[in-house]
Design a protein around this ligand. Sequence first.
Ligand code: ZN
Ligand code: ZN
Ligand code: FE
Length: 723
Amino acid sequence: MEVEGPDDRVGRFRDLLTQVCPPLSRIDGYRHKRIEPIGETNFSIRPSRRDGPASALILPDVAACEECRREIFDPGSRRYRYPFTNCTNCGPRFSIVESLPYDRANTTMRRFTMCDECRREFEDPRDRRFHAQPNACAKCGPRLELWDASGRSPADHEDALSQARRVIQSGGILALKGLGGFQLIVDAENDDAVRCLRQRKHRLEKPLALMYPSFAAIEDDCIVTPAEKEALLSCTAPITLLRRKISSATAVHRVSAAVAPDNPYLGVMLPYTPLHHLLMADLGMPVVATSGNLSEEPICTDEHDALDRLRGIADMFLVHDRPIARPVDDSVVRLMADHMVVLRSARGYAPTVVDLTNAVVDCLAVGTQVKNTVAISKGKRVIISQHIGDLASKAAFTAMRRAAESLLTTYGVTPDLVACDLHPDYRSSVFASSFDHPPKMVQHHYAHVLSCMAEHRLDSPVLGVAFDGTGLGDDGTIWGGEFLLINERSFERIAHLRRFRLPGGEAAVREPRRAAVGLLYEGLGVAAFDMESLAPLASFTPQERCVLHNMLIKGVNAPYTSSAGRLFDAVSSLLGLCQQMSFEGQAAMQLEFVAEQASCVRPYEYTIDLQSAPYVLDWEPMLRQILSDLRESVTPALIAAGFHRTLVAMISTVVEKVGQRRVVLTGGCFQNRYLTECALQSLQRRGFEVYMHERVPPNDAGIALGQIMAATRRHHGGEEQCA
Ligand code: ZN
Ligand code: ZN
Ligand code: FE
């Protein structure tokens, strides 16, 4: 910006510039210098130059602002009930941007020519829609249509909206083309409709997200803290995990039990596009709004593709003709210790930018297998993609490749390095091997810790506590209950949980009862098989028990693990809470929910072997006490809480023993609020500086960032082997 005028006026302008900012602006850096006046008298904004390197950022999508919301409900406004209303302060961004700079010609709005009135707003610096790239109105912008399952369109505009509403009201399933993809919508109070959706989507028990018509309606059903309210009403409008009101009798809306079975929380969001606002205002009740996909596949973005893929699921399709540039799901957040932790980073958050203290070489990181994201680095910046998901399906694999290519081309990065997980069979690792140079393979938990360090700009040394499901260790065994001391170049594995076998390998990831049998066998030997009345053993037939027995004795198809996640599974199974899981993390979630009900809790005993290197934290005394508590009919709440507190005690012991002031808590287990808050409290009380994830998820979605940090620090240090 060039500004001319008397010193005091220019000075005042400079102050105002940094003090009075538009709602979505953020000043990352600020420099000024004096130049010779040339006698300019007017203010102009020149067109973007297209030749230089892309240094601007793609912004995340932004929920409809209050002013736009008022316009669509104002009969006197020319945008009355127009579902694609937006302005400079709100609207689509990441979901429509195809390349930089962010100009309309580089977005999927390119095909719509602004009418005279829209053009006037767009060109007037005093207008709220000045340079609002997706600016549109009913005369010139995207249009709504309702399609049936064969693609015929019985209605458009206002009719489409009212017929769509009737589909939901009559218990049907509506596929809605939203901001970053399709959502499947049903009446949340209609039990049959919710069950039908689950059945057709092949999603058995995993909680479904809800959209409420208003904040007041959310408060009818859930307990909302001020921090949670802030998240819900923010311009990112994420799905926020909220505690339900205790008895369903006190809740106003009769949300179907099938929405989140056996779960004291609901995942709730507010309408975030004008289309959602219009639909929800007309409905006036909560709806299930879940990703428009088959279980675990990426979300559908194109209406013709949706017709094909969602035909067997949705009854009607509410679509529009604004193309979606890339799939962007709804984001999920949870408040822990009053910090907002992003569990799934997509709409409103992605692409996530992490500014580093030092510049690193250009790198592409491809993340892991489940909860995949990819990331690139450029100078002092890391840019992390939106949530892509489980790479098991071909569609997800393609989505990952596209996300990587899109980040690289958008920012003009040709990576000097490609980083992936140490596990060679992850599809992301296979993709990483397709580049010219062999990829840098990064140990999973090392990446978890570096990810959290990068988010908080921490330098080594730091002690990382990485608790998660599974990740390949550098000794070839499965890790997941790790204490890693991060040094300048690499890391040292200071301690880990005592290992136990997982009979059936991969099968044990889905069946907590297998983890339980493995744990019992490790702790008690063959005597474990005499305890036939214990929940995990009782859930197997005698023949199955015999097979497990053989696997464990011979050590065949029964890999060792030090995973904290599997320990959660095992205890959940011992308490009879969950024997077989229909979604990732189910058993641990149930254990957490039960633990929350306990009052006055004490940790169980455990031992730590300080002679061994790394130290081994032995859970065997705890296991024996849990078994005796079970015999004495101690409540599951007390046992579950005692288990959580034992892990916290183990963490505190190792942290004190190591004596490193800065501690990072990372890995999927730290999505567990009870564990996270107790660990935080315990360590802070002892005077440690504790860091947890916030914008970058603690789960495997945070791994890509950590991979970049590991690969580039190793590169700069000139060290070649896998750390
Ligand atoms: Zn707006
Ligand atoms: Zn217009
Ligand atoms: Fe992990």
